[in-house]
Design a protein around this ligand. Structure first.
Ligand code: MG
Length: 416
């Protein structure tokens, strides 16, 4: 095999929807051959960019493109200290680009390199958030009309709070933030699913995201109370620092559990999977370092009957969405894919359709939504292209995010 080497590594930052996206372009010694990866860490894009250009580029230029395992281990070990979010996303950018290149060299979509498709398309769940049962029912019926079979149902933001101001009920001088009343949130959530099932029956598969915001004891109360409504899964009921509580949760509730959005390294998921304490693993594949570790995780999960439900939020470029879909297609133990959506737009994004147009202006070859399923295109690699000139029209913003300032009723910070 002719040895093709990495010639250069570039970073393209763009925010066509107002969300910072970071795309890595790995150029090779073959003039026309390059790969695209995703290194998006929306709240730290400048740090990731610096990491790639200052540390990974000099490390990787001149190395073979085909030895992905070797290259991944090299990047992972190079800084000695490892498994941080900035580092893992940076590595994922190069890793995904190398898989894209490998697909192009083989003239095959990446899912073919993973063993081939075990399904023709990927069922996805979309996100519904309304302030009343009526509003939520409307949204559910809209998505039903589009063929969607799984929906994540939230009311008033994660944990039931959206307002960034300290409420009157907080102590005098309490700082601003998203204030939670966890007991009220639990009561309202159970009541919401009771009404939805009464109105809509049990045909739709519902997911609910706790977003780690309540205590382990409260998570147990919620999971047990939701049993009659037969969720597809309860998402991230516990923070990653409290995963030992899954033993307790598992023993006491039949509500299926999905966990892992914030996971960074294999130590965090190994016991949960091998002890069968969760039903779905849902890591963010760039946060764990790219396709190379994610495909190993998918296989490990499959051995223990745990299904995959990769994180698929808006702060992920179409390259990473495509990577999710390719892995989903080739994984026998795939469960469902979160789809923040390109088409059809969700309710919030619908009002920003000009910005959705911008995403399509910058990226070409996005996986396609049709009747509740998402299909990849059949181009080699991940099949996503970027228009670099158009990307320049939508510069990223460097701001300190505020939504992570979530607070208890007494004003103290809780995990977001
Ligand atoms: Mg989540």
């Amino acid at each position: 095999m002719k040895e093709v080497k990495i010639r250069d590594i570039e970073v393209i930052n763009t925010a066509p929807e107002g969300i910072n996206l970071t795309v890595v372009k790995v150029l090779t010694t073959e003039p026309e051959l390059y790969g695209l990866g995703c290194a998006t860490f929306a709240y730290r894009h400048e740090a990731v960019t610096k990491y790639i250009l200052t540390y990974l580029k000099p490390l990787m230029v001149g190395r073979a493109v085909n030895t992905i395992e070797e290259n991944w281990a090299l990047m992972h070990q190079n800084a000695y200290w490892r498994n941080g979010g900035i580092e893992n996303n940076a590595i994922a950018g190069v890793d995904l680009a190398l898989w894209d290149i490998k697909g192009k060299m083989a003239n095959m979509p990446v899912y073919e390199l993973l063993g081939g498709a075990v399904r023709k398309a990927v069922p996805v769940y979309r996100h519904v958030d309304g302030s009343s049962v009526e509003e939520i029912v409307d949204q559910v019926q809209y998505y039903q009309s589009l063929g969607v079979k799984h929906l994540r149902i939230q009311s008033g933001g994660y944990g039931g709070g959206l307002d960034l101001k300290a409420p009157k009920t907080a102590p005098v001088g309490a700082l601003d933030g998203i204030y939670l009343n966890s007991r009220e949130y639990i009561r309202k959530t159970v009541d919401l699913f009771d009404k939805l099932r009464a109105k809509l029956g049990f045909e739709m598969d519902f997911v609910h995201d706790v977003h780690e915001r309540i205590s382990p004891a409260e998570a147990l109360v919620l999971a047990k109370a939701l049993e009659p409504y037969q969720l597809f899964f309860l998402e991230d009921p516990l923070p990653l620092d409290q995963t030992e509580y899954f033993k307790l949760l598992r023993a006491q509730t039949s509500t299926p559990i999905a966990e892992g959005e914030l996971f960074n390294n294999p130590k965090e998921w190994r016991d949960l999977i091998s002890q069968r304490l969760i039903d779905f693993i849902r890591v963010h594949i760039t946060q764990v370092g790219g396709l190379t570790p994610a495909r190993k995780l998918a296989i490990l999960a499959g051995e223990f009957g745990v299904r995959t439900a990769w994180h698929g939020p808006g702060d992920m470029s179409p390259v990473a969405h495509a990577a999710n879909i390719h892995l989903d297609l080739a994984s026998p133990n795939f469960g469902v894919q979160e789809w923040s959506g390109i088409e059809p737009p969700n309710f919030v994004i619908q009002e920003l359709s000009h910005q959705k147009g911008a995403l399509l202006e910058v990226f070409d070859g996005l996986p396609e939504f049709k009747d509740g399923f998402v299909y990849p295109n059949e181009r080699p690699g991940f099949g996503v292209l970027i228009n670099e000139k158009a990307a320049l029209k939508y510069p990223c913003k460097t701001e300190v995010t505020t939504w992570t300032q979530t607070r208890n009723r007494d004003g103290s910070l809780v995990l977001p």
